[in-house]
Write a protein that binds this ligand. Structure first.
Ligand code: TA6
Length: 301
């Protein structure tokens, strides 16, 4: 029996969840519930697809994405841990940490009141300690139902405290990024990565996209509301345990320079990322647990 067959035998639930071979031969969970369907790769515990019943999928996935060990999947919801973007002092370290680059374990798959409840696990080892010297265990709770409800649990299993950054780097699918608005970050300070890391304040009530936007909003716990007139829907991203929200669209030039992203795909996506970075990084005492939660829901107009 192959590893995939063993996982399917142990965790598959007829009519709800299957463990199957996905793109690039990677193992993935295919979930089908009355409220929504979803696809989750064990590689990176990567939610790649989430489609509420009667709607189009909520998550953007690049047609040029790679699906192989050591490379992130481009689109869906990458998990950034234990650092965000480049690792300070170590330019060789992978962007956004290492947990999106390899397989997570399946801990449980269960039918839930609203659909399906999945728990995937990961933990430190000698290799991770080379770039992040800490003992940790991760549990990723994925609830597939009328909303996509994600909780990343980080537990300090060592003897001493450590500080980490994290993000659920959500790529939302939109009809045309130039026509969407995002509300919820008014009067919030942000670092603009396209303006020499200038610290600015979001003065307009609505964020619109008319150029590359790469903004790290700090000290905010508010939900974000994305209006998409083209797809005729409103997507809300609520959060708990998160003090940073990142808004990103690569626009034309950066899209062209990403090999795993189609040149024209930038119009079809915007990232609203649920995070804790920089001054909002999390300090975890020995034995403590931290939870980051994102709840993503779409309401058709
Ligand atoms: O969250 C925005 C960002 O930090 C951008 O600067 C861009 O690099 C994006 O993440 C994608 O990063 P990745 O490593 O997945 O190419």
């Amino acid at each position: 029996m192959t590893e995939l067959e063993k996982l399917q035998t142990r965790f598959g639930i007829t009519g709800l969840a299957r463990v199957e071979e996905g793109m690039g031969g990677l193992a993935r969970l295919s979930v089908s519930t009355p409220a929504a369907d979803a696809t989750i790769y064990l590689h990176g515990a990567h939610v790649a697809h989430y489609k509420p019943a009667g709607q189009r999928g909520l998550l953007f996935m690049s047609a040029a994405s790679q699906y192989r060990t050591g490379r992130p999947i481009r689109g869906g919801i990458p998990i950034c841990f234990p650092w965000f973007a480049a690792k300070v002092g170590n330019p060789e370290a992978p962007m956004h940490g290492f947990v999106r680059l390899g397989d997570w374990s399946v801990e449980s798959i269960q039918r839930s009141a609203d659909g399906a409840a999945i728990v995937l696990g990961n933990k430190s080892n000698s290799a991770t300690k080379m770039s992040f010297n800490a003992d940790f265990e991760l549990r990723y709770h994925i609830l597939i139902g009328e909303k996509l409800d994600l909780t990343l649990e980080v537990r300090n299993t060592g003897e001493r405290e450590f500080t980490f950054e994290e993000a659920l780097h959500t790529y939302l699918a939109v009809a045309d990024a130039r026509k969407i608005t995002i509300e919820g970050l008014e009067n919030t300070e942000y670092v603009s990565k396209t303006e020499n890391l200038q610290r600015k304040t979001q003065s307009e009530r609505l964020i619109t996209i008319d150029r590359e936007v790469d903004r790290v909003y700090q000290n905010t716990q508010t939900p974000c509301v994305l209006e998409d007139p083209g797809f005729g829907r409103t997507i809300t991203v609520e959060k708990e345990g998160s003090h940073t929200t990142v808004v990103w669209n690569p626009w034309i030039d950066k899209a062209r320079n990403m090999p795993d992203f189609g040149d024209e795909e930038w119009t079809g996506m915007v990232c609203i990322e649920t995070a804790n970075t920089a001054e909002n990084a999390v300090k975890l005492e020995a034995g403590q647990t931290h939870r980051l939660r994102a709840m993503i829901k779409s309401v058709p107009h």
